[in-house]
Design a protein around this ligand. Sequence first.
Ligand SMILES: Cc1cc2nc3c(=O)[nH]c(=O)nc-3n(C[C@H](O)[C@H](O)[C@H](O)COP(=O)(O)OP(=O)(O)OC[C@H]3O[C@@H](n4cnc5c(N)ncnc54)[C@H](O)[C@@H]3O)c2cc1C
Length: 526
Amino acid sequence: MIKQIEIKVFPDKVNDQVYINSLIKNQLKDEFDQVKSIILTRKSIDSRGKRPWYLLRYDIYLVETFIKPQIISLGFKDVRDKPHIIIVGAGPAGYFAALECLESGLKPIVLDRGKDVRDRRKDLKAIQQEGIVNPDSNYCFGEGGAGTYSDGKLYTRSHKRGKIDKVLHLLVEHGAETDILTDAHPHIGSNKLPVIIAAIRTTIQKYGGEVHFNKKVTDLLLENKKLMGVRCEGSSYMGEAVVLATGHSARDIYQLLYDKNISIEAKPFALGLRIEHSQAYIDQTQYHQAEREENLPASSYSVVTQVEGKGVFSFCMCPGGLVVPAATAPGEIVVNGMSLSRRDSPFANSGLVTSIELDELEKHGYSGIFAAMNFQSDIEKSMFEAGDGSQKAPAQRVEDFVNGVVSPDLNDTSYIPGLISSPLHKVLPLFVYKRLRKGLIDINKKMRGYLTNNANIIGVESRTSAPVRIPRHPDTLCHPEVEGLYPCGEGAGYAGGIISAAMDGQNVIKAVKKWIECKKEPVCEE
Ligand SMILES: Cc1cc2nc3c(=O)[nH]c(=O)nc-3n(C[C@H](O)[C@H](O)[C@H](O)COP(=O)(O)OP(=O)(O)OC[C@H]3O[C@@H](n4cnc5c(N)ncnc54)[C@H](O)[C@@H]3O)c2cc1C
């Protein structure tokens, strides 16, 4: 029998196992003598009261003993002589699709336009310090995808889309801390993610899969609406299926599909700015303490409000983090957020974005399949033009932004390329500015002090989600027009974050396997 219990402890006692055991014993009373195993299943923080406390949930094994879950990678097979599956993109979707291939007896051949995690660092340094953007290796492109140098937040609301636990266990099997299995808001951090990603690559190769870097896919090899493979500069790769997991910033892939008459669809997305407060202020509002007490992590927040029926909301909040330049081409400015595992920078940043619908884009002169993508791109260029030709980002103090005045100077920032005081209220399209402005005023009523000149607002947070969707059949997950083409992950419009992208990669390979088995079965219905 398994009994679930919850224990509440203040932060000063959260690591005191003797004290916690005494609380468990008190709750179980006589049953305590039958306990075989005590397993922590969830750890969360409740900060609604005067002093925050931890809520620890345990599974108590009475009579029966806890059996450790099976190690997933023990089920991987050698796939050297198995059917080839071409996976374009080594982001979470692509790499977890590749791992799923190892379980499914399929040989993954992963192609990425960028470099491996280690070499990629040089290009990140060049963006940060010299303002040079390599269009194939940056914060979005390269091994591990956009998730590598990120905050590494691992929570998702997409519980119905797949097995979150499986993704988390695979991350642990490749070096992540076991805490991610129990924390209510798990995160890994940019200093640890590259090691985990490199370990995933080693697993793929160990079982006979292939991973190739500096392989930008530039063409799809079609024969009578069946996809036979892909072409990169200088080489071609053929396979039974092609999983297209190129992320939301691969504009050339959307263009390629369009040029080849493969249907894609315009899609609403979210756009706004990144707001940076001091972490001390966020801690004060979330924990109600003048100074964060020991054993509490840098606090996070999530805010949402409605302005004229459209959402204005925080996105990808990074406690104790850094604002980073996430442009994928020269001549544009894009910002995003990341953090190290300790989340110990003195800054707290978050996207503050609003939904951009296709009908309003039409009213502002953007129509057709690339309406959202062109709008996104035009704003990123305007942000660059507002700067000095480097990756310095246009910024304003928050109250100045709301009041529509240029800030005479700016607050300190974590953004390494530096900020330039700019009239963001004019650089943004008026309808976006008005909505963010009203959103900030509303949010400030819920979170006092949020709208302050002690915080900066930085442009532009434009890569929140894909501006284009690549359609696929809801059951077979294959593109409705092209046999063998499997749109996957965030770039195709089926994920939003590391975990949901990884789950989509797994789901797509399950569908590919079913299809390959079906082809062998003459009576198969699909
Ligand atoms: C700075 C930053 C911080 C983030 N923080 C978080 C976070 O904390 N938590 C979270 O859940 N999400 C976060 N995200 C979002 C998350 O990273 C993405 O949702 C996720 O990575 C999407 O996974 P994907 O595999 O679908 O695509 P991507 O990760 O975008 O991977 C796509 C891959 O395809 C490759 N590619 C593109 N075009 C081609 C081509 N033509 N040929 C070959 N390869 C190609 C790219 O090089 C890239 O490696 C963050 C994103 C950024 C940029």
